[in-house]
Write a protein that binds this ligand. Structure first.
Ligand SMILES: NC(=O)c1ccc[n+]([C@@H]2O[C@H](COP(=O)([O-])OP(=O)(O)OC[C@H]3O[C@@H](n4cnc5c(N)ncnc54)[C@H](O)[C@@H]3O)[C@@H](O)[C@H]2O)c1
Length: 416
């Protein structure tokens, strides 16, 4: 019998850490006890949010080591930027090896690494430390995704045959912090940032309930990328201004549009297809997630902006800009959809429940670092396909050492 309650500490106090904290009102048997980030002020603010929501007596810690050393912390949620993954994980492992504290598990935000070598290193480090590992791919835990998958497989697929095509798209107007836009820091552009979700969600929908990811074998990958909006002169200026002159999309852009296609084989030899599109150049009400699952006699579809709740504000309602209606909101007037439970709809609530219950039971989560590594390998193969303008058999040679041109500041569609 494992322990009954889990004390959780967060590395990172930014956008995603706060989303997780808000989701925690729907999570049982765990308390948010600690936050550490680059700034004590930010950590204090996030800790205060956790206390205000009554989801744990969180306090701010100066370092990861201090947080691991506190006996009230049993598990760590890694929510700092992509370029800090390895150093953060190494600090956790060092603290454990030095006997500073004890942990049950670690859950890590997407992507597991900026490239395959980093993701593999994360797998090695977590194994070396003997920890349980969860990969935080929220979208497979979204209410419509889980419910839709259940219904399609138990009715349509059971009677008429398995689904053969899954489509997934994630689109918004562009990330909220400069580091996401810099290929070297983030690992790529929108493909690395968002196609990780779409590839994994589509794969999940095509996998029979209860089966592991190894049920489907990736056979080949093809992809396309471009920078459609953010290399226009006025948007180059906008990015430069938002980053204090650091971002240079004239010379060092990242892709703001990507399309990827993966062909998988199931154990019976049937081919099934994942089609994903992602963009940072979609201007609609806000973040739009869309998914489809198609089979011989059925289909399902999800559109996160197609909500029951809509509000209308006339042009006389000219208040502050905000993200109170929907993530990455673009407007405050006119007819606006409202995602009333974003944490549940995008999957954070069920994701965190699953991770907590798995850690408490001493069980490896169903979505773990091996899955994060495989997603990264597929994304890297997609970048190879973009660069070589051809379909790439999976796994390609040289995958482990490969770093996309975008991440090396060497990609520019304008130079073609
Ligand atoms: N699942 C999703 O849909 C989703 C959405 C957004 C972000 N993310 C992922 O979450 C991670 C964080 O993204 P974000 O949007 O919260 O970023 P952010 O820039 O808003 O916040 C980053 C936080 O990390 C802290 N930080 C920076 N360097 C650190 C270090 N070396 N050690 C400890 N803390 C450090 C910062 O102080 C800040 O609190 C990224 O990996 C991102 O890809 C996932």
């Amino acid at each position: 019998m494992g322990q009954k309650r889990l004390g959780v500490g967060f590395i990172g106090a930014g956008f995603i850490a706060q989303f997780h904290i808000r989701s925690w009102v729907g999570v049982r048997d765990a308390d948010i006890m600690g936050i550490t980030s680059l700034s004590m002020e930010e950590s204090e603010e996030a800790a205060a949010l956790a206390r205000k929501l009554n989801v744990g007596e969180a306090r701010a810690y100066r370092t990861i080591t201090d947080m691991v050393a506190d006996p009230s912390i049993d598990a760590i949620w890694m929510c700092a930027p992509n370029y800090t993954r390895i150093e953060n994980m190494e600090e956790i492992v060092r603290a454990l090896e030095d006997g500073k504290g004890e942990l049950i598990g670690v859950a890590c935000e997407k992507p597991l690494g900026r490239n395959a070598a980093e993701a593999r290193k994360m797998v090695e480090l977590v194994k070396k430390a003997g920890l349980l590992d969860g990969y935080l791919e929220d979208q497979i835990f979204g209410y419509p995704v889980m419910r839709g998958k259940d219904i399609i497989w138990s009715r349509g697929a059971a009677l008429t045959g398995r689904p053969y095509l899954a489509r997934a798209a994630e689109e918004h107007g562009g990330p909220h912090m400069p580091w996401f836009w810099e290929g070297s820091l983030q690992g790529g552009g929108v493909i690395n940032d968002m196609m990780c979700h779409s590839f994994e969600t589509a794969r999940f929908l095509l996998t029979p309930p209860g089966e592991k990811r190894s049920f489907l074998t990736p056979v080949k990958v093809s992809a396309y990328a471009n920078c459609l909006k953010w290399q226009e002169p006025r948007y180059i200026k906008e990015l430069s201004a938002m980053s204090g002159g650091k971002l240079d999309y004239a010379r060092r852009p990242a892709e703001d549009f990507g399309r990827g296609l993966i062909e998988y084989r199931d154990p019976e030899g049937k081919m099934v297809v994942v089609e994903a599109t992602t963009s940072w150049c979609f201007v609609g009400a806000g973040l739009r997630l869309s998914m489809e699952l198609l089979g011989p006699e059925y289909s399902m579809s999800i559109n996160s902006l197609d909500q029951g709740l809509k509000v209308f504000f006339s042009r006389r309602v000219s208040g502050e800009t905000g993200e109170d209606l929907v993530e990455k909101q673009n407007a405050e007037v006119g007819l606006m959809p409202v995602v009333s439970d974003e944490a549940g709809e995008y999957g954070y609530t069920e994701e965190n429940r699953h991770m907590v219950q798995s850690f408490l039971a001493g069980r490896r989560p169903m979505e773990n670092f091996d899955d994060g590594l495989n997603v990264t390998e597929l994304l890297m193969t997609a970048y190879m396909s973009v660069e070589q303008e051809k379909t790439i058999p999976f796994p390609p040679p040289g995958l482990d050492a490969y770093v996309p041109d975008v991440a090396r500041g060497k990609w520019n569609p304008k130079n073609k």
